[in-house]
Write a protein that binds this ligand. Structure first.
Ligand code: UD1
Length: 351
């Protein structure tokens, strides 16, 4: 089976995608500098799949080190590029760090793609490229609005770079726009490892429920939505991961009609923050300690995916319900608490 290079393979979506690719017979290698992740997560991937995973601890901003991976693996057929900084608030404080890291790494990879004529490239994009949309539901054709943060701008620029690169090269490109990936592998052997105080909703919920945080805040209940809180499209990380395997298969089978295609990856269901909390309380049996606070600057009122294209063209079908997303996220949080050995090995690598 074809060899796929997964960048950011020790990260949240990257590790789940390694599992899905291996389970579908692909040969995988990972590159991750572990600046915001730990290679301990690959032990979980190995336990689930029964296959050892090779990780190159390389910073993609270093061109020579990146090039050396391609020289050593001349048979790489596809690249799935996850590696990037992704904290929205941090990107506002340190915009240059975000532009430098997220764009230099992409450009270095593409120089290698050009040199080694790698045929398939899948890019980790985000619904953030739609900015504040005119309607809550967006299709791939919906207009792109100004990004709400430098992080969002790096995703828009990444898409632009790939669009121009594709016109001048023979590589087949797929841009996958994720909505809100949440949950964990049902085994609880891999999951999300937020660094510091979690900014995203689901880790904030589970860390509050487990007692790591005293309480959590719902950022606003005065929006024009059905209960006043923001609407998002939460999607299980394993469903997101499987879409990457389908995207690679699609390119491998030469089913793509154009050399650059875009797919939304969401369930198509808009869920409010308060509904997400209710689902968590139901599946965990824990009453969450939360308060209603002010709006968070930069938050979009409501956005969810029209996912018809991914369903019809890639044959993708998101399978896990909101309750399963919450239940697996909770199981993972409990594992982090109960498995002292695992947790301390992670802490020592992340610090
Ligand atoms: C953001 C980014 C998105 C990125 C994602 C993952 C934007 C507009 N969106 O999504 O591109 O891929 O993070 O990093 O840049 N909430 C609370 N309390 C909390 C945390 C969150 O009420 O403690 C609410 C937020 O106000 C929001 C919802 O939960 O309504 C989801 O927030 P979050 O998980 O941070 O994701 P997004 O902001 O949607």
């Amino acid at each position: 089976m074809a060899k796929i290079l997964v960048t950011g393979g020790c990260g949240y979506i990257g590790s789940h995608t390694l599992v899905d690719l291996v389970e579908n017979g692909y040969d995988v290698i990972s590159v991750d500098d572990n600046s915001r992740s730990t290679s301990a997560i690959l032990k979980g991937v190995e336990k689930i799949t029964g296959k050892p995973i090779k990780n190159y601890k390389v910073d993609l901003c270093n061109f020579d080190d990146t090039f050396a991976i391609f020289e050593e693996n001349r048979d790489i057929k596809g690249i799935i590029h996850f590696a990037a900084f992704k904290a929205v608030g941090e990107s506002v404080e340190k915009p240059l760090m975000y532009f430098e890291n997220n764009l230099t790494s992409l450009i270095n990879l593409l120089k290698c793609v050009q040199e080694f004529k790698t045929p398939w490239f899948v890019f980790s994009s985000s619904c953030t490229v739609y900015g504040e949309p005119d309607t809550p539901v967006v299709t791939e054709e919906s207009p792109l609005k100004p990004a709400a943060s430098p992080y969002g701008a790096t995703k828009q620029m990444g898409e632009q770079i790939l669009t121009e690169f594709q016109k001048a090269n023979n590589t087949n490109v797929i841009l996958l726009r994720y909505f809100n990936p949440v949950g964990a592998h049902p085994s609880a052997l891999i999951g999300e490892l937020p660094i510091g105080k979690p900014q995203n909703l689901v880790p904030a919920i589970t860390q509050t429920a487990i007692g790591k945080l005293p309480k959590m805040t719902v950022f606003g209940d005065d929006y024009p939505t059905r209960d006043g809180s923001n609407v998002r499209d939460y999607i299980h990380v394993s469903d997101i991961a499987h879409a990457h395997t389908l995207a690679i298969k699609y390119l491998e089978e030469e089913k793509n009609k154009s050399k650059l295609e875009i797919f939304n990856l969401g369930t198509g269901n808009g869920v409010t923050v308060l509904e997400a909390i209710k689902s968590f309380e139901k599946v965990s049996g824990v009453k969450l300690n939360y308060e209603i606070g002010p709006r968070r600057p930069g938050d979009i009122i409501a956005i969810y995916a029209n996912n018809d294209k991914a369903k019809n063209v890639l044959g993708w079908e998101p399978k896990r319900s909101l309750d399963e997303m919450m239940a697996t996220a909770w199981k993972w949080e409990q594992r982090l608490k109960n498995d002292e050995h695992f947790f301390s090995s992670i802490q020592s690598e992340l610090n």
